[in-house]
Design a protein around this ligand. Structure first.
Ligand code: SAM
Length: 345
């Protein structure tokens, strides 16, 4: 089986049946091997530097009802909030002083956060912090909206496709949401010139190995600049409350597969992985990840951006915990990079 890992590293792809074997027959020893290979590729491209992104969770109001997500419209047990422009700029100020040079504005698809408001917030951040990258993760928008945000100074956009398989997409989302529409958004973002991120939740309900192979092949063809891979974690107030978590092993296996296929991609060790297991961040990095996204949201709102049970937002997952993060990284031989960390081929 090592031959598939070596081939993947060399040729950056495999045939579907080879991916299938890797995904279904990977034991502990092979997992260690592929993680090492992927870490080596990551070290070769980025050295022992981990980029940091300041995550600002701008709103937990959402018009969508994704079955997996704790901030879905249909969750009545959630105190909703929306940050003001002033509060978002305040987060950026604090982040800038801590050394962050990338801000990620993430939120539900909040109808009150109109395109005009988003455009004006992006402009203000760009005006105040011209040396910083602005990443948006605000869901599906018309192409014109993406163009406006880009003109205003946004450089990057994160939009996980969640699953490439149409019937699996329907298992995860209610009627009215469409896989085709999501893929069109990704196409638009790429064409406009955003550094574009996509990805999946590993172990989402109904996910099969065949779905994962389709996801791998889709991402291979899209060639996103960023790839977000985290485990699915249940949230108590969703239809998937009783579904099991994705596993650490499958998450880091996929992370390594993506690193070997996309050596220069920006791949975070996700908060979901750090929530699933206390050493998740480190294991993600040792499997090829090169980005972490500490939380810069106002402390009093963090608990309300509750995508899944027990979501981590303190300690090394928080912007104010950079020193703890630095220490954890040093323990595994890495350091924080305070650069913007743009995608480079
Ligand atoms: N609304 C935007 C969107 O749809 O891209 C951004 C916010 S959305 C909450 C960000 C990501 O959180 C989703 O792409 C999804 O993969 C992840 N997410 C939501 N619920 C999750 C869960 N229960 N477990 C793991 N990840 C989850």
């Amino acid at each position: 089986m090592r031959q598939w890992v070596d081939k993947l590293r060399k040729e950056r792809t495999l045939r579907p049946e080879e991916f299938r074997q890797l995904l279904t027959e990977c034991d502990g020893e092979l997992l260690r091997y592929i993680n090492e290979q992927a870490q080596e590729v990551s070290l070769r491209h980025f050295g022992n530097r981990i980029f940091i992104r300041g995550l600002i969770e701008v709103s937990n109001c959402c018009r969508n009802n994704c079955y997996y997500c704790g901030i879905r419209k249909g969750n009545p047990n959630l105190e909703r909030y929306r940050l003001t422009a002033e509060s978002i700029l305040d987060c950026c100020k604090q982040g800038y002083e801590l050394g962050f040079r990338t801000f990620v504005l993430q939120g539900g698809e909040d109808p009150v956060l109109t395109d005009e408001r988003i455009e004006s917030i992006v402009s203000a951040i760009h005006r105040n912090y011209p040396d910083c990258a602005i990443t948006l993760s605000l869901g599906e928008k018309p192409r014109e909206a993406y163009e406006r945000f880009f003109q205003a100074g946004a450089n990057r956009y994160l939009l996980r496709h969640e699953t490439y398989d149409k019937s699996h997409y329907r298992q995860l989302h209610p009627e009215g949401m469409s896989c085709g529409r999501r893929l069109q958004c990704l196409q638009d973002l790429k064409e406009i010139g955003y550094q574009t991120g996509t990805g999946i939740m590993v172990g989402s309900p109904g996910q099969t190995v065949e779905h994962l192979i389709q996801d791998i092949l889709f991402i291979e063809q899209l060639r996103p600049e960023m790839i977000g891979i985290g485990p699915f974690l249940p949230h108590r107030d969703t239809p998937f409350a009783q579904s099991p978590c994705g596993t650490v092993e499958q998450t880091i296996l996929l992370l390594s597969i993506f690193r070997l296929m996309h050596p220069s991609a920006l791949i975070p060790a996700t908060t979901a992985l750090a929530t699933l297991t206390p050493d998740g961040r480190e294991r993600g990095i040792l499997a090829g990840a090169n980005v972490v996204m500490p939380n810069l949201s106002p402390q009093e709102e963090r608990k309300k951006y509750n995508l899944y049970n027990n979501k981590a937002s303190l300690g090394a997952e928080s912007a104010e915990g950079l020193r703890i993060l630095q220490q954890q990284l040093e323990n595994i031989g890495y350091q924080i990079s305070f650069d913007r960390g743009d995608y480079k081929q």
